[in-house]
Write a protein that binds this ligand. Structure first.
Ligand code: COA
Length: 323
């Protein structure tokens, strides 16, 4: 059978690091409050010349290098982002040009913080349908540019960055032990579109707008939605939480991750957490965390990895893969 196998990963971060102490000079907040409520200690903030495109291109180049795959092999390039360089064309086409890729298709996916999981699910479906052989899935964001820097309830939570994985369709034995994506489950419920949103857009205000959020509402739904989609993905693959080597969640909030882990009986040491240094980087957070754990040797070839996310929309989803 054909499976979409993760061949390599890479990431990129803006140069500037903004600590909670730096943040307390911008809004009325404290390191203590932010760490206690979220687990975040610092985040990277894009400077001049650093954009969703440049960060995404750098992450993609590193992922191709890590995979030992030439850009010319890539025939599908998906960028998950809610902060594109321009309203159009898709940032994916800009990155495609930067990488010198002239074949296949490139497009953006908009599912906010769930974007990377959506991108993985889409790429997997296209590889299995024979429409792609080698895909780059990139999560890249510059949320600092859509934050209201006078609103302490939101601006302390987010950061900028990018991560990427290279997927290649490979024929493998039909076994859960074979490498590749086993299951992807994507969900959304638009009734909650006004709980986490941007108050502008090309067709309404003709502006980009700023991020707005009802934090408590998001929190309330997050644990329930994430736990249920993880359970669905594991049930479809016929595996129990105990068989999963690594959980690589969207890095929104330490308390959400701990709540989900408790609900599913996942030991904390099997959760990859990078939110302390990255903050919430939306669609970039999962591939960033994955890259950190692969490169520091925690996640190894053959490990069973569960990616999960929830974001504005609401959108949410989970992807189970053997690395
Ligand atoms: N620094 C200091 N105080 C702050 C603050 C900050 N950055 N932000 C809010 N506060 C204050 C509030 O004004 C409030 O003060 P009051 O009691 O005097 O009115 C108090 O802290 C509690 O605010 P509240 O919003 O009830 O806090 P909370 O415990 O719900 O925590 C979040 C707020 C945002 C951390 C929490 O709701 C959360 O994590 N939600 C999920 C957000 C998320 O992950 N979104 C992304 C999903 S992709």
């Amino acid at each position: 059978m054909v499976r979409s196998v993760i061949k390599g990963c890479g990431s990129a971060l803006p140069h500037r690091v903004m600590t909670n102490a730096d943040m307390s000079k911008v809004v009325d907040t404290s390191d203590e409050w932010i760490v206690e409520r979220t687990g975040i200690k610092a985040r990277h903030i894009a400077g001049e010349g650093e954009t969703t495109r440049t960060l995404g291109t750098e992450a993609a180049r590193r992922a191709l290098d890590h995979a030992g795959i030439a850009a010319s092999e890539v025939d599908l390039l998906i960028v998950a982002t809610a902060t594109p360089d321009q309203t159009f064309p898709a940032t994916a086409t800009l990155i495609q040009a930067d990488l010198g890729i002239t074949k296949g298709a490139a497009f953006d996916v908009q599912a906010v913080c769930s974007g990377f999981v959506y991108g993985l699910g889409l790429a997997d479906a296209m590889i299995k349908a024979g429409q792609s052989r080698c895909a780059l899935v990139i999560g890249s964001e510059t949320f600092s540019r859509i934050l209201d820097w006078t609103d302490r309830t939101t601006c302390v939570l987010f950061g900028d960055g990018a991560g990427a994985v290279v997927l290649r369709g490979e024929t493998v034995p039909d076994s859960p032990d074979s490498p590749g994506i086993l299951v992807s489950r994507l969900r959304s419920d638009g009734r909650y579109h006004d709980k986490l949103y941007v108050d502008g857009g090309p067709s309404t205000t003709k502006t980009v707008g700023h991020l707005r959020m009802e934090g408590r509402e998001v929190f309330k739904h997050a644990v329930v939605n994430i736990a249920s989609v993880m359970e669905e993905a594991m049930a479809e693959a016929g595996v129990k939480a105990g068989a999963v080597d690594w959980f690589v969640p969207h890095q929104a909030n330490r308390r959400i991750l701990e709540g989900t882990a408790r609900k599913l009986g996942i030991p904390e040491e099997r959760i990859v957490m990078t939110l302390d240094r990255h903050g919430n980087t939306s669609a970039a957070s999962i591939p960033l965390a994955f890259d950190v754990a692969v490169k520091d040797g925690r996640i190894r070839k053959g490990d069973l990895v569960l990616f999960e996310a929830m974001g504005g929309g609401f959108t949410w989803g989970a992807v189970l893969a053997r690395y």
